[in-house]
Design a protein around this ligand. Sequence first.
Ligand code: MG
Length: 387
Amino acid sequence: MRCIALVVAAGRGHRFGGEIPKQYLKLGGVAVLRHCLERFINHNRVGTACVVIHPDDRALYDEAVAGLDLPAPVHGGARRQDSVRLGLESLAERAPDHVLIHDAARPFIDDATIARTLDALAASPGAIAAVPVADTIKRAGPGDAIAGTVDRTGLWRAQTPQGFRYADILAAHRAAAGGAEMTDDAAVAEQAGLAVALVRGSEDNFKVTTMDDLARAERMLAASAGETRVGTGFDVHRLGKPQDHVILCGVRVPHDSGLIGHSDADVGLHALTDAILGALGIGDIGSFFPPSDDRWKGADSALFLRHAADQVRARGGRIVHLDVTLICERPKVGPHRQAMSKRIGDILGLDPSRVSVKATTTEELGFTGRREGIAAQAVATIRLPGG
Ligand code: MG
């Protein structure tokens, strides 16, 4: 693998005074951490992303990354540089050529900054995103009186990602272990005598440190929200398979016969999959997963739903809300509704509050009324970037 992103999320600085570390706070309904992970794993020059977490944050991490295909997280250490070193050690077997080390609290890392950082690594053992200091810099004395004006010529503010040749930065961190505390990886590299280039970062690539930062991030997200799309889906499967359950919205529900279908015949997930594909306008479930293909025989329909969500993500979009209605006399859906919302949320990495599962009968009319089959209809609301 040529490049792996190492995302450092082990910090617990409760600078917001709250219980939840800032990298797990929601931004646009999605954890700050997930925003940066999606940028890296969707970048065509980054193989995967590995996250360093605090051991106490495992549940927060699992919720934040649900549905993403990532290697297991690594537990960090007492200081940031210890966490980075442990993260780097964990990549030994994968031995990437390059590693991009990134702060989990910088959710607006963009594709161009990632590309510039990687480009610079062709000529330099290290390269970091940074922005030149534009404001005049003052040094404060006692009582916050100005004690002097600092020459800002040549001053840059360091951001992340900070990219390095993997073997170099691992050796530099090992050499620095137990030594003085350093606030970024470039400092560790500098101490090891490695040349580190500055590449243009972005003012948008700021670190969410305060509540004001989080509010600014929310405003930026809203401004870049682009357009809202809505799609609908509908599906029916016939009852009559000799088995003692049906699979509805990913949940096994006891019933006197099963649903007949090529896959697991989950009408709920099929309707949702079509709703998402419909919002994107890219065909239907049958065009991606033809029933003539033996690969999908008996398949878990979570696969189809996840694929549809991947299509949203690949376009830089996100699912805002899903609403599915199951139409049947039996089984009773009510007792399973919560489990269904949660299961769909788990499959897609969505908060269950964004997944509505409802049910109705047809008053014993029609094929659903005669209990010959189960129908489902769904609506998906997604947001796609503007332009
Ligand atoms: Mg179907």
